[in-house]
Design a protein around this ligand. Structure first.
Ligand code: SF4
Length: 361
């Protein structure tokens, strides 16, 4: 099936053929997990769970960058916003995530200088325009976002800016897949791998996880036909008993990914253990600045002390991110927790499972 235009990836007849093909080989119960916030939204928006056989359960994994950001990092962002000379810059999704005592939105209402930006480069530009202020960027996201943050740091260095820094809460996708496979109680029969992340990492980045766990895995695009095609491939692998690492998004993803983006990332960051919301510490699943770039580390620059922070009481984001619960199995869902009054990040982020479930489920 070689498609060319976006409309073809939304074609109803093609989608019906794929649904029929999935239905023809249904029977075996299987739990398939996507690990990408854009997949979460697309799956709910297009009603994909409702057209699949009952035997197939689609799970939402740790793929929403805001949702996986640990409570400690949210508290650090809030603490940085309170430093008088700081202009804190952040993606919009982070603003309403409740920290232990406050959120960025609440601090902005109290008069802190917090600005929503669309890229780390906007923050660098702000630093150049405000030489007497300190501009800090809240760096969250996966391999998709990290290269641009790395590039922005290199630009700041080239410009000799001494008033730009970041707090790095970046995460890497493959170690999270391995962590899920090692978590007792987590049952996954296949991964729908993230398209955006894979554009940067390439198919090869998943090989170590695939070789170790031999779990069906398919990289998918974001249109309904993309997703149904990937689900069909996962179902076929499960039924045949022959797991494979396949690429159903070849129009954007190749084996080696984007070498330039990977090189920039590697130049600025190195791997480190990091804590994921709900999942806990995953070895070598995060990034920290390399020694040569330490002056861009906001934590050191402003001497912010941050200990572990408990997640909001009653919030089941962690279980949802591991496929152990659906949003409506959280006791707070639609009661104390709504998009207007979120308790956890999964209800805040536009890519969060609870927000998607609330809107489309
Ligand atoms: S409904 Fe709210 S409290 Fe419950 S898991 Fe989702 S974000 Fe957390």
């Amino acid at each position: 099936m070689a498609l060319k235009y976006v409309q073809e990836y939304r074609d109803g007849e093609l989608a019906r053929q794929l649904i029929a093909a999935i239905g023809d080989i249904e029977g075996k119960k299987m739990r398939l997990m996507e690990v990408c916030g854009t997949h979460t939204m697309s799956i709910f928006r297009h009603g994909i769970p409702s057209v699949l056989p009952d035997s197939i359960t689609l799970l939402t994994g740790p793929g929403c960058p805001v949702c996986v950001t640990a409570q400690r990092d949210i508290d650090i962002f809030v603490a940085l916003s309170m430093v008088p000379e700081v202009i804190l810059t952040s993606f919009g999704d982070l603003m309403r995530v409740p920290g232990t005592l406050s959120s960025l939105q609440q601090e902005k209402a109290r008069g802190r200088d917090i600005r929503v930006v669309y890229s780390a480069f906007d923050a660098v530009k702000l630093a150049a325009e405000n030489p007497h202020r300190q501009v800090v960027f809240c760096a969250v996201g996966f391999e998709t976002t990290t290269p641009t943050v790395a590039a922005s740091i290199m630009v700041a260095q080239q410009q000799g800016l001494t008033n730009f820094s970041i707090h790095c809460a970046h995460k890497l996708t493959p170690p999270a897949l391995a962590a899920l496979m090692e978590t007792p109680g987590v049952e996954i029969d296949g991964f729908l791998l993230p398209g955006h992340v894979s554009v940067i990492t390439g198919t090869g980045a998943y090989l170590p996880v695939f070789d170790q766990y031999k779990i069906p895995a398919v990289i998918a695009g974001f249109e309904p036909v993309d997703i149904l095609k990937a689900v069909l491939m996962l179902v076929r692998q499960n039924v045949s008993g022959v797991p494979a690492l396949e690429n159903a998004y070849p129009r954007a993803v190749c084996d080696k990914g984007n070498p330039k983006a990977l090189a920039v990332m590697d130049q600025v960051f190195k791997k480190a253990d990091t804590v994921w919301r709900g999942i806990g510490m995953i070895p070598a699943s995060g990034l920290v600045l390399r020694e040569g770039f330490n002056r861009f580390n906001a934590l050191e620059k402003f001497d912010i002390q941050a200990g572990d922070a408990p997640e909001p009481a009653g919030c089941a984001c962690g279980d949802i991110l591991m496929g152990l619960k659906k949003p409506d199995q959280c006791k707070l869902y639609k009661k104390r927790c709504t998009p207007m009054n979120p308790v956890g990040p999964c209800m805040v982020s536009s890519e969060g499972a609870c927000a998607a479930f609330y809107r489309y489920g």
